[in-house]
Design a protein around this ligand. Structure first.
Ligand code: 5AD
Ligand code: SF4
Length: 456
């Protein structure tokens, strides 16, 4: 009998990857994914703990699930509720205490054991598993069972040893770990066999990657990218999220000479103030970041940059904040994510004395976002009339329209036949929206191959 499995993913792409892998793990046990929690036999909330609201959302979602679970029980059936991910890792016992109808709480390192946990429930009771097991979960995961479309995430690295003072990741995801090159290559080939054309390599600190190569020596992310780029049928590679301190020469060089590596880089800077960067334990200054960006732009002049920012880090003064605005104006970001500082229990910054007042944070965030939003829409406008290749991913909102991504990760809307999903096709931009562009198909180039970004 097929059972219905609903997985809701919060937070980062690594959680999105873990959610697809949980589905892969449950598939051989008769569980098929469904789009809604109503009537599901099992619901997994794959949670994120990076900022406060994320955890609150989980508790309110659990509140909604209570009714669905009792509806199901009224029909004599069981809905298993599992809480996975980083909130589970950080607050597992509290979840069990606060929410009595949760059956399973599991951390990000043990989801390969999900079927065993469900089997244990059959014998009554609840399961809490937030271990960091010695055996690598990646060794126990099955083949990817299905592709969600022509693009896929592939986690190559997990955890973080950087210990930025605001961040919970080193505690929830543990120490830095890199998967071996051969294991990643096998998974990439399996994804390509399922029709995937673009892979985004994921890691909390992906460019700290140093997995064992075939001769046992460590391979950096640049080396991994070059290796994966040899896979026929794989057309595009991306990676995220990177730390400025780990952008080594080889990775920068890969941006210059590896055609399949797309010209987009998410490189969080968090702040433009040296004092704040130092207090955050980021290990670099604002000018180090400017110089690094200049080197990357020399290697790949058309690269689009993206960043994360935190406003209101404890002790951030008006002039610290002005320094962040100055850095944003200097660099120019195609995309960005900005947040108010949120104290995370157990992190050093949470107990700092000089917390910034909520209204100050709100005002700073608004000013920062006004500039960042203008840069994002300016980037979209700069593409008007330009031609580039789009990988079509899925149908668009209007009949006959497809949505794809440009090399710069820009969403692109194009009228094109549905069978073009999965194809990489040259288009010309006709209209710029704030966060996406509309484009039309252009005649294929006589020499074929992927187009670089060209002015038409
Ligand atoms: N408060 C606010 N933002 C945070 N981030 C991480 N921890 C916190 C926190 N405690 C942001 C950082 C990071 C992104 C994933 O989330 O900008 O790069
Ligand atoms: Fe968190 Fe810093 Fe590690 Fe990123 S580099 S995951 S912000 S500790």
């Amino acid at each position: 009998m097929t059972r219905k499995l609903f997985i809701k993913s919060y937070g980062c792409q690594m959680n999105a990857y873990d959610s697809t892998r949980m589905a892969d793990v449950m598939a051989p046990h008769g569980y098929a994914l469904t789009d809604t929690p109503e009537g599901a036999d099992m619901v997994v909330l794959n949670t994120c703990h990076i900022r406060e609201k994320a955890a609150e959302k989980v508790y309110s979602e659990l509140g909604r699930l209570r009714t669905l679970k009792s509806d199901k029980a009224a029909q004599g059936e069981r809905m298993v509720i599992a809480v996975a991910g980083c909130v589970a890792q950080a607050e597992g016992e509290e979840i069990m205490r606060r929410v009595d109808f949760v059956d399973i709480v599991l951390g990000p390192q043990v989801y390969h054991r999900l079927p065993e946990m469900v089997a244990k429930l059959g014998r009554g009771g609840k399961v809490l598993d937030t271990e960091f097991p010695a055996i690598d979960k990646f060794d126990s995961l099955p083949k990817p069972s299905a592709a969600q479309g022509p693009t896929a995430f592939l986690t190559v690295q997990e955890g973080c040893d950087k210990f930025c003072t605001f961040c919970v990741v080193p505690y929830t995801r543990g120490a830095e770990y890199s998967r071996p090159v051969a294991q990643i290559e096998v998974e990439a080939r399996q994804l390509v066999d399922l029709g995937v054309r673009e892979i985004t390599l994921l890691g909390q600190n992906v460019n700290a990657y140093h997995g064992a190569g075939s001769d046992g020596t460590a391979t950096g992310l640049g080396g991994l990218i070059r290796k994966l780029a040899q896979i026929d049928g794989l057309k595009r590679l991306r990676y995220m999220t990177s730390h400025p301190r780990d952008m080594d020469d080889d990775l920068i060089a890969a941006h210059a000479d590896e055609e399949k590596l797309m010209p987009f880089l998410h490189l969080p800077v968090q702040s433009g103030s040296d004092a704040v960067l130092d207090a955050m334990n980021r290990g670099h200054t604002a000018d180090d970041y400017r110089r690094l960006v200049a080197r990357i732009q020399t290697a790949r002049p058309d690269i689009a940059l993206s960043s994360d920012f935190i406003v209101g880090y404890p002790g951030e003064s008006d002039s610290d904040f002005e320094a962040t605005l100055a850095l944003v104006r200097d660099i120019g970001f195609a995309q960005s994510f900005s947040f108010k500082y949120s104290p995370r229990p157990g992190t050093p910054a949470a107990s700092a004395r000089k917390q910034v007042a909520e209204e100050v944070m709100a005002e700073r965030l608004e000013r920062l976002q006004a500039i960042l939003n203008e840069q994002t829409s300016g980037f979209a406008r700069s593409l008007l009339g330009k031609s580039f290749d789009v990988l079509f991913e899925r149908p668009g909102r209007y009949a006959g329209q497809l949505i794809g991504r440009s090399p710069h990760l820009q969403p692109v809307h194009v009228f094109a036949p549905e069978h073009a999903i999965g194809d990489i096709v040259p288009v010309r931009v006709t209209e710029a929206m704030p966060r996406s562009v509309t484009a039309e198909l252009v005649m294929a180039r006589p020499n074929g191959g992927q187009l670089a970004m060209v002015a038409s």
